[in-house]
Design a binder for this molecule. Structure first.
Ligand code: PGA
Length: 249
């Protein structure tokens, strides 16, 4: 069985004052709890890890450079992220693919860098509203998966998050059937490429407007092993009920 995982993507939100949300979340976790990963902005990684350590919560970053060090003003390497105690890094988020023109090749190189530093990559893939309207969803998903996931993926090194771009931060959520169709498709592609044993162990997360009131329904789908949550991960009072729904699923 793939590991159940709830990952929170704080994006460019939060200062040191927000770290209390991690403590509050730790206190509100069900027992047993699924794996919980909080991905705060990079300046908070060290302190977030110190706070999360005793709380059954792990910490992730939101991006990394594909090189290990060098003259890349403003960038951070996977080694630097691992050095903070963080264990995960989100890569290929649609906001980076769009705003920074990150290609599948770029994302693939970054995932390799993450693996080399011992980090688990959370690979994001997802179609735009136009792609879905034109019935191109599975083509886009298949292309992103083939293009941005390097050979050698394992369940320990890789999570795949399906995030329809039109559902991110909009309050719009695909129907359960639409989620099931894409997640089943991703599962098939992973087992074809990496073998049944590995392909069926890689956790598949759904992301895009996951909230306390829709989480239960989303987690009903067989190949949904967790969620990548943006807005609703910023407050423990919103994220805890989502994690509880995952624990019950
Ligand atoms: P959202 O963001 O939950 O705020 O829609 C999800 C994401 O971008 O990972």
């Amino acid at each position: 069985m793939p590991l159940k995982i709830a990952a929170g993507n704080w994006k460019m939100n939060g200062t040191a004052a927000s770290l209390g949300e991690i403590s509050a979340l730790g206190a509100a976790l069900p027992d047993p709890a699924p794996a919980v990963v909080i991905c705060p902005p990079a300046p908070l990684l060290f302190r977030a890890h110190e706070i999360a350590g005793p709380l059954r919560i792990t910490i992730g970053a939101q991006d990394c450079h594909n090189d290990t060090e060098g003259a890349y003003t403003g960038d951070i390497s996977a080694e630097m992220i691992a050095d903070t105690g963080a264990t995960h890094v989100i890569l290929g988020h649609s906001e980076r693919r769009e705003a920074y023109a990150e290609t599948n090749d770029d994302v693939r190189d970054k995932i390799r860098a993450a693996w080399n530093a011992g980090l688990t990559a959370i690979l994001c893939i997802g179609e735009s509203g136009e792609d879905r309207a034109a019935n191109n969803t599975l083509d886009i998903i298949g292309g992103q998966l083939a293009g941005s996931l390097p050979n050698g993926a394992t369940a320990a090194s890789t999570l795949v998050a399906y995030e329809p771009i039109w559902a991110i931060g909009t309050g719009k959520v695909p129907t359960l059937e639409e989620i099931i169709e894409v997640h089943d498709f991703i599962r098939d592609r992973l087992t074809q490429r990496f073998g049944v044993e590995t392909g069926s162990e890689i956790s598949l997360l759904y992301g895009g407007s996951v909230k306390p009131d829709n989480a239960e329904t989303i987690f009903r789908a067989e190949n949904v092993d967790g969620a990548l949550v943006g807005g609703a991960s910023l407050r423990a009072t919103d994220f805890a009920p989502i994690i509880a729904a995952l624990a019950r699923s």
